[in-house]
Write a protein that binds this ligand. Structure first.
Ligand code: NAD
Length: 381
């Protein structure tokens, strides 16, 4: 099959879904690779590097979409791109099917197959294709780097001839994939790091990374938010009050707060309120990784950075993986190449879109003229 990657058209999207390395692996599966000219430029991959890896560079998006049997890209297609899709063609990209039913219907009607990367089931066997996790890992790391860039002091404590420097205090709210990456980065830079999550089972992971788990003074503390499937559920009003009370105690002490708290299918819970921001010291920094879904901090401005009257910087960017386009593209292209490995069991360039396979079935949102979203729950955990 011919796998083609177009240049991303969304403003500010620097990632690319195929790298020269991933193309070499795709060719070992018996596929041919195509790339639109300049598609890798913003991620540091030149046309020449692709050509050296055996990839055909195609001059226009129209030619790329026409020639490829499988389109691998980062973002959901725009209307113009979707119009280019045809019967029997396969798209592999982020798609957010729960919020894009019109696009899904249209592509199903055309007879195109859509594999939505965020729908890869989060089971052990599929970890190598889990693009949500690979991107969340980058976002967590970059959140700390961004915080450091806006913070006027060291993370680590130092005793120097010019004086004693106390370590920065960092609080990470939410310890999923992004939160754990932020905790690891923060402790490795030497900050005294605290972390909170509604799921009590993450306390051990947090502590094993050298951070301190924040416990609440609440009878059913940290029992309330745990839900099936490893994801959080909304907290009870009492639990939330206990959580906010604890955060109010911590706010004056924290130099950096990184929030990553999300509940599947809902707006982000507001956990860092205006009065907490007002209690923080001038020069403190908040990085809100939940900005895309409304923000965990009451004052976050999505896609922007603001400085409050009391001198607290609040970063609400939603494009952290794209800000590390080389790394993000490398990991995302690897996720895609693993998806292609499962779709090419014979390593003979022939795709077997096996809807009996839990992972392929879970990620496929349109196939054979039908919308196949939502999928049934996976059989194997
Ligand atoms: P997510 O992005 O949905 O949420 C981020 C974190 O916010 C979660 O840890 C959640 O518990 C926390 N949170 C929600 N409400 C909160 C609140 N009020 N206060 C504080 N924290 C709050 O989560 P994610 O990163 O996608 O990970 C979710 C789970 O899935 C984790 O258990 C993770 O280990 C698991 N996971 C498993 C696999 C796998 O097995 N392949 C892969 C990735 C993630």
């Amino acid at each position: 099959m011919k796998i083609g990657t177009p240049k991303e058209v969304l403003d500010g999207e620097n990632r690319v879904a195929m790298t020269p390395d991933s193309a070499l692996q795709l060719q070992k599966l018996g596929h041919e690779c195509l790339i639109e000219t300049g598609a890798g430029d913003k991620a540091g991959f030149s046309d020449a590097a692709y050509e050296a890896a055996g990839v055909t560079v195609v001059k226009t998006p129209a030619a790329l979409w026409k020639e490829a049997d499988i389109i691998a890209k980062v973002r959901i297609p725009t209307d113009t791109e979707a119009k280019r899709m045809r019967e029997g063609q396969t798209l592999i990209s982020f798609f957010n099917p729960a919020e894009n039913d019109k696009q899904m219907d249209a592509l199903a009607k055309k007879g195109a197959t859509v594999v939505a990367m965020e729908m890869v089931p989060r089971i052990s066997r599929a970890q190598k294709m889990d693009a949500l996790s690979s991107m969340a890992n980058i976002a967590g790391y970059r959140a700390v780097i961004e915080a450091g860039n806006n913070f006027g002091r060291f993370f680590t404590g130092q005793i120097t001839a010019a004086g004693k420097v106390p370590p920065a205090k960092v609080l990470v709210v939410g310890a999923g994939v992004a939160g754990l990456a932020a905790i690891g980065t923060s402790t490795s830079l030497g900050a005294v790091t605290y972390a909170f999550d509604v799921r009590p089972e993450v306390a051990e992971q947090i502590e094993s990374m050298g951070a301190e788990f924040v416990y609440l003074d609440f009878e059913e503390a940290q029992q309330d938010g745990a839900a099936t499937g490893g994801y959080a559920a909304p907290s009870s009003p009492e639990f939330r009050e206990a959580q906010l009370k604890k955060f109010r105690e911590l706010a004056p002490e924290m130099d950096i707060v990184i929030t990553t708290a999300l509940i599947p299918g809902r707006p982000a819970p507001v956990l860092w309120t205006r009065d907490m921001v007002e209690m923080m010291k001038p020069g403190s920094v908040i990085v809100d990784l939940a900005a895309e879904r409304g923000g965990n901090c009451e004052l976050t401005v999505k896609d922007d950075k603001i400085v409050t009257d009391n001198g607290v910087t609040i970063v609400g960017y939603t494009d952290f993986p794209s800000r590390m386009a080389a790394q993000a593209s490398t990991l995302y292209a690897t996720n895609i190449r693993h998806m292609m490995t499962d779709l090419t069991p014979g390593k003979d360039g022939a795709v077997n879109h096996n809807m009996e396979d839990d992972v392929i079935r879970g990620a496929t949102v349109t196939h054979a003229g039908e919308v196949t979203f939502p999928p049934p729950p996976p059989k194997v955990q």
